[in-house]
Design a protein around this ligand. Structure first.
Ligand SMILES: [Zn+2]
Length: 237
């Protein structure tokens, strides 16, 4: 196995990570991400307001139905009152009027609450729409700048990626899989040097056992560090 090829790959891959880090630290990238997040927030606010409007609308429909119901009850009561011919009948009608009046008061209160809610929602909605227009303009500008930045970086990304792709041809697949798994776990470098004189893994700096050291001394390929799982190689003396 050609350790040099693997190390070269690791170095190039690090270049890619560094380039990506540089790209992500560009003010144009940061500004675009910020505006994108803001835009998403405004959109979700708008969704929330739409849902609130739907709820208000269904409440208004419900109240309209109740109002119609109470009107019908009122008409019925009018007839009953017109036909009162006894003291008992009068008492009964008074009770019914009281009950209907209570229900109407309750409904009026609910309608008033709904009215207030709608007014509040409208104020928020105006604000969100204004914010939406502002962010939409900001977003368009920063998106354009972001795309320019992407275009600026593209040749560098493409060149490194092409080099990595060609290097991959000369590295066993299982090593590449292992390498990327280690990298994903935050172990960088994933391929670390073994220092025979101190018996250390130069990735985690732990001292390896005598047995492991002997294995490393005999081996010319890569062995897994029993402590950090990095792949270890020994530099040729
Ligand atoms: Zn280690």
């Amino acid at each position: 196995m050609n350790i040099d090829k693997i190390l070269e790959y690791q170095k190039k891959d690090k270049d890619l990570s560094l380039l990506f880090k540089k790209f992500k630290s560009e003010p144009k990238y940061i500004s675009y991400q910020k505006n994108d997040t803001h835009k998403k927030k405004v959109y979700s606010d708008m969704d929330r307001l739409d849902k609130m409007a739907d709820i208000s609308e269904s409440k208004a429909t419900k109240y309209q139905l109740l109002l119609d119901e109470y009107k019908a009850e009122m008409e019925e009561l009018k007839t009953t009152v017109a036909e009162i011919d006894s003291f008992q009948g009068a008492n009964y009608s008074t009770d019914m009027i009281q009950k209907l009046s209570d229900k109407c008061s309750k409904l009026i209160k609910e309608i008033s609450n709904l009215h207030n809610n709608i007014q509040e929602t409208n104020i928020i909605k105006d604000k969100v729409i204004k914010e939406g227009k502002e962010i939409s303009n900001l977003y368009s500008t920063s998106k354009k700048e972001f795309e320019e930045l992407q275009a600026e970086y593209k040749p560098q990304f493409d060149s490194i990626q092409a080099e990595l792709k060609s290097m991959k041809q000369e590295i066993p697949e299982e090593i590449l899989i292992k390498y990327h798994a280690l990298k994903k776990n935050g172990l960088s470098p994933s391929i670390a040097e073994y220092n025979p004189s101190s018996r250390q893994c130069m990735g985690c700096f732990e001292m390896l056992s005598q047995g492991m050291a002997e294995k490393m001394n005999k081996n010319t390929g890569l062995l897994e560090c029993p402590v950090c799982n990095r792949l270890l190689y020994t530099k040729e003396q």
